[in-house]
Design a protein around this ligand. Structure first.
Ligand code: ADP
Ligand code: MG
Length: 245
């Protein structure tokens, strides 16, 4: 596929002490692409995501966003975190702020928008994830699925170039998983560039342009979902799929 690259990793390595958690990672995510990352627990999926918005530093290799190396510190780093939004398994909303305030806060602090403009944009985004009516409530008054949709709205409020999702539905009760995946599918259709770590293989099949399979810190397969799921090339991927499907 001839798309402009947005996220590019070349020869990336990372250790935690003796543990080699990212091994010679090469990965390119094009603008508008949806890449689903799967693999066993401990294979380095979260570290990979965290490296892309520099929540983790790496020891060697290069990571570029839109052609530029990731900034090291200061304001440029804060902007990077806004440009590459991240949605975690634990929704990480501010418990003592309302839903509306949660979505508006970084628009005001990081993007320097006026409160009124931020709030009005927040309401639009909450509407987009089906939660406009919940704006005055506090996170604890919402279900897990609703809280995760607020977290997605909050990330979108930064007008990110890309969104990283690290197991966004793993902490949810089964009946709430689909409402979150549906919001993510809609984002994908709207052309958002997304890297999604998930065990939801239905989502991978229906929304991903590529599936990246990680094992022991390496990218072992990187292929379109229909190929990966019908004919995984490696024994490790076959073994993994046989356990989760
Ligand atoms: P995954 O998301 O695929 O489960 P992670 O990227 O979280 O894998 O972790 C990869 C490996 O690195 C695991 O063995 C994990 O225990 C280890 N690890 C992750 N974060 C840290 C850390 N901050 N300090 C030490 N080891 C870590
Ligand atoms: Mg993880």
């Amino acid at each position: 596929m001839a798309v402009d690259p947005l996220i590019e990793l070349h020869g990336v390595n990372k250790h935690f002490g003796e543990l080699h958690v990212l091994r010679d990672i090469d990965l390119t995510v094009g603008k508008g692409e949806v890449v689903v990352v799967i693999g066993p627990s401990g294979s380095g999926k979260s570290t990979l995501c965290r490296a892309i918005n520099r929540l983790e530093t790496v020891e060697s290799g290069t990571i570029r966003l839109d052609g530029r190396p990731l900034p090291e510190e200061g304001r440029a780093l804060a902007r990077l975190r806004a440009d590459v939004g991240m949605v975690f398994q634990s929704f990480n909303l501010f418990a003592h702020k309302t839903v509306l305030q949660n979505v508006s806060l970084a628009q005001i602090k990081v993007r320097k928008h006026a409160r009124e403009a931020a709030d009005s944009r927040s309401l639009e985004l909450l509407d987009r994830v089906g939660l406009a009516a919940q704006a005055p409530k506090y996170p604890a008054q919402l279900s897990g699925g609703q809280q995760q949709r607020v977290a997605i709205a909050r990330a979108l409020a930064m007008e990110p170039k890309a969104l990283l999702f690290d197991e966004p539905t793993s902490a949810l009760d089964p009946e709430m998983i689909n409402e979150v995946l549906e919001v993510m599918r809609q984002l994908a259709r709207d052309g958002m560039t997304m890297v999604v770590v998930t065990h939801e293989m239905g989502f991978a099949r229906s929304a991903a342009n590529r599936v990246v399979f990680m094992d022991d810190g390496r990218i072992v397969e990187d292929r379109p979902p229909e190929e990966f799921f019908t004919a995984p090339r490696t024994e490790r991927a076959k073994d993994f799929l046989s356990k989760i499907l």
